[in-house]
Write a protein that binds this ligand. Structure first.
Ligand SMILES: Cc1cc2nc3c(=O)[nH]c(=O)nc-3n(C[C@H](O)[C@H](O)[C@H](O)COP(=O)(O)O)c2cc1C
Ligand code: SF4
Length: 449
């Protein structure tokens, strides 16, 4: 099935980058009538009935999250848009912020109106400084045109929107670390509960949503929640952006109708990845950003029961973390048979060790141990017992930390070893080959049948 373009319909159209151009393309058309004729509750109901799931990674239903807001509190409410996007392999929010800034601003206006926020924030990844400028310019345009500011369109609703730069730390994408950063402190995750919906920014009820989630809201209101729920396959409704990279002919950001494209098709169709970049067979796929379990090709395209997998939350999760994975943030990377899975995991482990904020011992110490063990194995200096030790450490981290970064560091370890143990053993059994500079460490190592 060809791409279903909704969010990205105008991504390649330079008109979409200015307010006037966005309006010519139909943007902002419904904002005035929403503010004058709709109630916040009715917008919230549409989002609930749409089945929209958060696109930041966990896939939590957006309308349900909004309904958790502490409505009895007389404190201000905040909407914070998470544009931190630092998960390796994920680069789809950048596409929206860079090319469709007014689509996101429109989403922020409508969503903030629904949850009753009078001041909302877009938190932008530190390395995306040029995007911060794009958003600032677009926000200035929206103020000048009366879409932001006091008493918008005479509705009686005042609304301010600010952008805030991150400082370049992956952990600041975790929602409570992000809130710490917004408040001007080091981005250390908070212990939950309380969840942000009860006590978030400045101790006030706060919703944190991903860029793609917010950008989908105006489309839901325009077509109606039930119509949106008709796109995709329930409970994976709507479209999803997938950022595809690795050994594929056509890396890029693609929009799919959830559950309507098979994983096989996604890898090979000219509408998407376009097959291998250098003619070598694919070996493994990480489907949803670096944190989700890696799958060997055969388990990515078909479940353990032989059912073809589809690109949806449910289908990719089939088999749990033993033979399945997660759609996560949609950061899909594909590895061909020249990839050394030990080196790949070492690379990921280095990242998580570097990004651990250090608050909890299992994550701080465990990520460092895993990195050291993997460095040793990769160099051909490891022991067979190191392999089980790695799994043991990953189990000790999983579920025992303040925030999910610990799990995110543990899952790739467990899954790489579960599916590619023979490669780890190869590094131990044939150290002379691994150390030989002429030996291609990435040469395909046959899986035992
Ligand atoms: C280490 C870590 C990094 C994260 N990075 C991001 C990110 O860059 N963008 C994002 O939207 N969510 C990220 N999340 C998830 C957020 O905590 C939060 O669940 C999400 O922003 C909620 O938005 P959604 O409900 O629209 O998906 C991260 C979580 C963790 C644990
Ligand atoms: S799990 Fe890691 S990143 Fe998260 S709070 Fe603990 S030490 Fe920090």
């Amino acid at each position: 099935m060809a791409q279903r373009k909704m969010l990205l319909e105008y991504a390649d159209n330079p008109e979409a980058r200015s307010l006037e151009g966005w309006k010519r393309l139909g943007g902002y058309a419904q904002v005035e009538s929403i503010l004058k004729t709709r109630t916040p509750d009715s917008i919230m109901e549409e989002v609930k009935s749409s089945g929209l799931r958060g696109r930041g990674g966990a896939g939590f239903p957006c309308g349900l999250k909004w309904s958790f807001l502490d409505r009895k509190s007389d404190k201000p409410r905040y909407l914070v848009c998470n544009g931190d996007e630092s998960e390796p392999g994920t680069f789809k929010d950048r596409h929206i912020m860079e090319r469709l800034p007014h689509q996101l601003i429109e989403g922020m206006i409508v969503s903030s109106f629904a949850i009753g926020s009078k001041h909302s924030y877009i938190y932008v990844r530190g390395e995306y400084m040029y995007i911060l400028r794009i958003l600032e310019k677009a926000i200035d345009e929206a103020y000048a045109a009366g879409y932001l500011g006091k008493n918008i369109f005479g509705s009686g609703w005042d609304f301010d929107l600010s952008v805030h730069p991150g400082a370049g730390a992956y952990i600041c994408g975790e929602e409570t670390a992000l809130l710490e950063g917004l408040e001007g402190r080091r981005g250390n995750p908070r212990i939950k509960p309380p969840f942000p919906a009860v006590s978030g920014l400045y101790g006030c009820p706060t919703i944190v949503n991903n860029v793609e989630t917010i950008a989908a809201v105006p489309y839901i209101i325009a077509m109606g929640g039930d119509a949106y729920a008709g796109i995709g396959v329930k409970p994976s409704t709507g479209t999803k952006l997938i950022s595809a990279s690795g050994h594929i002919r056509k890396p890029g950001v693609y929009e799919i109708e959830l559950g309507k494209v098979s994983c096989e098709e996604f890898l090979h169709s000219e509408d998407y990845c376009g097959g291998p970049s250098n003619g070598r067979p694919f070996k493994a796929v990480i489907a949803g950003g670096s944190s989700v379990p890696v799958l060997p090709l055969d388990l990515f395209v078909k479940t353990a029961a032989g059912v073809p997998r589809m690109m949806s939350y449910e289908s990719l999760a089939e088999g749990g973390f033993v033979s399945g994975t997660s759609l996560g943030s949609g950061g899909l990377f594909v590895m061909d048979d020249s990839t050394c899975m030990v080196r790949n995991l070492w690379n990921l482990a280095r990242f998580y060790r570097h990004e651990s904020c250090g608050q909890c011992s299992p994550c701080r110490e465990g990520t460092a141990w895993m990195e050291k063990l993997l460095e040793r194995l990769e160099a051909g200096e490891g022991k067979l017992t190191d392999i089980d030790l790695l799994v043991e450490i990953s189990k000790k981290i999983e579920g025992n930390t303040i925030c999910p970064l610990g799990d995110a560091a543990a899952w790739p370890v467990a899954s790489h070893i579960r599916h590619f143990r023979h490669e780890f053993e190869h590094h131990v059994r044939f150290p002379e080959k691994i150390r030989d500079p002429k030996h291609n460490v990435a040469a395909p190592i046959p899986r035992p049948s």
